[in-house]
Design a protein around this ligand. Sequence first.
Ligand SMILES: [Zn+2]
Ligand SMILES: [Zn+2]
Length: 948
Amino acid sequence: MSEYEVELFRRENFSRNRCEKCGKFFWSIEKREICGEPPCDEYRFIGNPPTKKALNLHEMREFYLSFFEKNSHKRIKRYPIVARWRNDTFFTIASISCFQPWVLNRTIEPPANPLVISQTCLRFNDIDNVGKTGRHLTLFEMMAHHAFNTNEKFVYFKDRTVELCHNLLLELGIPEEKILYIESEWSGGGNSGPCFEVIVEGVELATLVFMMYEDTPSGKREMDMQVVDTGYGLERFTWLSNATPNLYEAIFGDVLSRLKREVDIEENENVIGEYSRIAGMMNVENSTDLNLLRKKVSERLKIEVDELVRIIEPLENLYAICDHTRALMFMLNDGGIVPSNVKAGYFARLLARRTLRALKYLGLNMRLSEILKLQISYFKRDFPELNENKEDILELCDVEEEKYENTLLRGRKIIAKIENELRNNGIREISLNHLIHLYDSHGLTPDIVREFSNLRVNIPEDFYIRIARMHEQVEVDNEELEIDVGGIEPTTLLYYENQNKRKFKARIIKKVDNFIILDRTCFYPEGGGQEADHGSIDGLDVIDVKKIGNVVLHKISGNLNDVVESQEVNCEIDWGRRLQLMQHHTATHIINGAARRVLGNHSWQAGAHKSENLGRLDITHHSRLKREEIDRIEKLANRIVEENREIEIKFMPRDEAEKIYGFRIYQGGAVPGGEIRIVNIKGWDVEACGGLHLNSTKDVGGIKIINAKRIQDGVIRLEFKAGTALEKYLERRMEIIRMINADLPENELDDIANIFSVDIEKLPDTINRFRSELSLNKKKLHDLEEKIYEISGKRYEFGNKYEDIVIDSAESARKLFRDWKSSQKDLQRLKNELKNLLIREISDKFESGVERNNVKIVKKITSLLSVGELIEIARKSTPTNGLLIIASIDEDTANFVVYSNSNLNSLSIARKISKMVDGNAKGDKSLAIGWCSGKNIGSVIENGLREI
Ligand SMILES: [Zn+2]
Ligand SMILES: [Zn+2]
């Protein structure tokens, strides 16, 4: 007896056939030659439904779920499409994903057994085919009934599964002779088993998998559990019952018809139907396949390929828009995803940008958020949560569209630059690598590149499938300490029994390198972003604590020569540090809850770190935070502190926690095990977290967000202080204020730091520097004004504009900065004026001067000019056969320049002068500079120059 021969087949006398075309075995009530699955056969239901009546998505889902409910299955709510409970994948790709790994590895019980679900799933491996093949989607609902059989409890397996499937199809009105079961093998994720593909009228409606083997290095082994893993395509069922030319026409309802009205589409059902019928028989994977498909269809319809493309391409774009926006809606709804260029956000942006390009192709003047609005109103009946998050979803779309428009503005320049480089290298084509780079780094889709570029651009039909594949890998960091703890008893974690215990006795189990392992410990090892405890073990300093497996290792500074294994020791935690770490950790959860309420549902934790000095929380958000948003988050967080809410911590079965609190508990990512530790700040925030927390929120003391910055596309980092660190911080601020001016209002300190672009620590020095520079500038201005008056008789009075400024407010700081800046400008202006006057004066002197040995020599002393300015004057005023010696003297220093346009050597003259004035010189024949300093340097130089 074949392992595929189930009770139904025996009872109803099914025949086991072998397909004449593909050779596969399949079961049917009547004898048949062909398996019925494309490419052996083609779709036979288009225009001719095999079901009793046409059901829409909603009706079909309801029909399915209630059918299984009637047959004693429990209906389970869908899981999010963002698979937060797993760390190996971003998205839920099948209904069984919901139960991997925890149910399948028997860590937890299934939520019901047997159960039925309609699970939203997301896959990007066919994204380029969406809209083109008549059946591919990125988001789809996989309806499924699952049964989990163990040695203790047998639910049902093959016989009942096939019977249920069969009865379901019969109840839909499908004639039994049209139902075929193809024998097949399934494998995935290290498991495998036999399966049936269920075919009706050429379309594969369902797969019935009997997961029963585990792949091990020594071959297949039977699993502890036998799993009924079925998958029924909701969209395909709906299509079958509506018998529309393709799947899209059956499922997108109001959204599609509304868009069609906007575009004025030529609808040719015959062409579309034929197209999807033939597409159904082909596995379209690349451009060759697609071209072949188009050729086949045009032959069959007897029209030109160009004509075919003209008819179907607008529709393909419309279908893609419907699919992509539906998927995007669920992604943005299910939490924690903001379109970006990394991780899961990458895929949201991919959908958004492809949609925007399709809209452009169609000349459809609609915003992304308008289409999302249509989707939400169409789907809210089945998914009320979409309506609840509507504002948030639409805002994310608007922000993303704006970013896209900015990308386009920058795009032309970026592409022109690359094009230039390529042309210079004689390259006439933009390569695939360039296209990938332009998309990944600049968000420019290949068709934009084609539009903006004059070079040849070949876009592979599977471009997006390729880049999606490159980004699907989830990075898991495995930074592990390499110490073998095999055979060591798990450490008793006293900190979970009582997080307030500071002193304890324990026994030393082992010492390895400079680590001590105890039988029990209150020392919290580094984890969940919380730094490790410090303290002492029998007087030895504990400087770090790590956990490997279930064993805690205490790192000791100094040597362990005197440590005796099995000895009892007195241990003590550095309580100041621990309390501070708990304050920062609890504050992290409080702020996380506040950010979600202020920014929207898309705001999730993307990372966190708690040290003694600072807390850090990274959250997903689309834009930089406005001051007002930061203030609201901070205010809300402090209200929660004030309200002194209780913090309840308990271990709970994973499934129970998910049921009560939802998947939002996985803020810190996936957590292992069947029992998870839930930290519940009553009425505010619930997270699965292994860290140590205070008993109630008031113990946090207070929270101040001291910095908010964008650290990555779609991620904002909040830095904050709480508890003692906050007190110290505030004290230090007061100290700084006193250093500047005791009358300065505390809340203006940050504004002042911003004015000077320094952090507040540097503020007193910075302000002093600006003030003394301003008064120095004032003096220089007066000097320059004097000088200019002497030469030209012209009076400037810039110097009088500036007064000494006392910093007692942000306004006065702003004035200091403004005055400093404008005094710099005035200085430059007067210097230029002086320079020009000197150039004129020196030129005149050269003209009227006397030649000695064919050379005219001019000497000039001035002040307030730099060496560069002296050189400029020399270049502009020295004629042929001229030599200029010009010096600038300020207080006790002087610079001079010797510039020769003659046969005299500048450097030897400069050396002569520097010898006389005890200075230095360097340069060459035509230009030399010298410098010197000392008391009365002015008259020294004057004497020196006279000698030359
Ligand atoms: Zn076949
Ligand atoms: Zn935590």
